[in-house]
Design a binder for this molecule. Structure first.
Ligand code: DGL
Length: 256
């Protein structure tokens, strides 16, 4: 039986899911979080689906001990590839995934153009086709794969002029007067918000799914009477690439 003081595992292919962890800690300050970034295998988004699924399932199996009450897959790519398998493998636990925040963007900007920046894997998966089908009668949607941005965040190089130049070339052709929003459909991308905002300009709204995921986690815990109401709150940051540089980067991203 799960207990209120049990841990919540937050998983990503690397450091990106820390953008979701921050939202979770704000919404659920009394919970005990264990964050795991699989940076040694990042990026996931350029790998075949089967491999992403295997990496995710293997890692979650290692993390999912008896004192874990919920698993948050803070990775759009791993969610697309493995969420159904995870729900089937852990029926006794709360399993939450993340998807590009296209629905809230389409609700907010009907009739406008919305760009979706995400990994190649997220954009080619069936889950994303379903999401597009639900929104495309309301707005024009332009999917844009951005693998270079994942690697830049992993290497802590989001200020590099070459990255800005590459993103500018990619985004500018789609930034017209009807472009109202960019969905940051990969959890790494909020850490490159400044460079994206510089290119997009102040009239384009940047939307990510971290708050929606935190809200969903809260509601599921509440529904199952598993909210920790009295704890002090704690967080442990772990990585499959636990170098001093990586652990420093993870700590800095959490504090940002
Ligand atoms: N952070 C992940 C996401 O939300 C993917 C990054 C990667 O390609 O590993 O999709």
């Amino acid at each position: 039986m799960a207990k209120r003081e049990d841990q919540i595992v937050v998983f990503d292919s690397g450091v990106g899911g820390i953008s979701v962890l921050r939202a979770l800690m704000q919404k659920l300050p009394r919970e005990n979080f264990l964050y795991f970034g699989d940076s040694i295998n990042a990026p996931y988004g350029t790998r075949p689906t089967e491999e992403i699924r295997r990496l995710t399932l293997e890692r979650i199996a290692a993390l999912c001990t008896a004192n874990v009450k919920a698993i948050v897959i803070a990775c759009n790519t791993a969610t697309s590839a493995a969420i159904e398998d995870l729900r089937a493998a852990y029926p006794e636990k709360i399993v939450i995934g993340i998807e590009p925040a296209l629905k809230p963007a389409a609700d907010r900007f009907p009739g406008k153009t919305i760009l979706v920046m995400a990994t190649e894997a997220t954009l080619r998966e069936e889950k994303f086709s379903h999401l597009m089908a639900q929104c495309e009668s309301r707005c024009k949607i332009v999917p844009i794969p951005c693998p270079e941005l994942v690697e830049a965040v992993e290497r802590n190089e989001t200020d590099a002029p070459a990255l800005e130049e590459a993103l500018r070339r990619k985004l500018t052709p789609h930034l017209g007067k009807d472009t109202a929003a960019i969905v940051l459909g990969c959890t790494h991308f909020p850490f490159a918000r400044d460079v994206i905002a510089r290119i997009a300009g102040e009239n384009v709204c940047l939307i990510d799914g971290s708050e929606g995921t935190a809200g969903q986690t809260y509601r599921r815990l509440e529904a199952e009477n598993l909210l920790n109401l009295t704890g002090e709150g704690s967080v442990s940051l772990q990585s499959s690439l636990p170098t001093p540089e990586m652990l420093t980067l993870m700590g800095n991203l959490l504090d940002r």
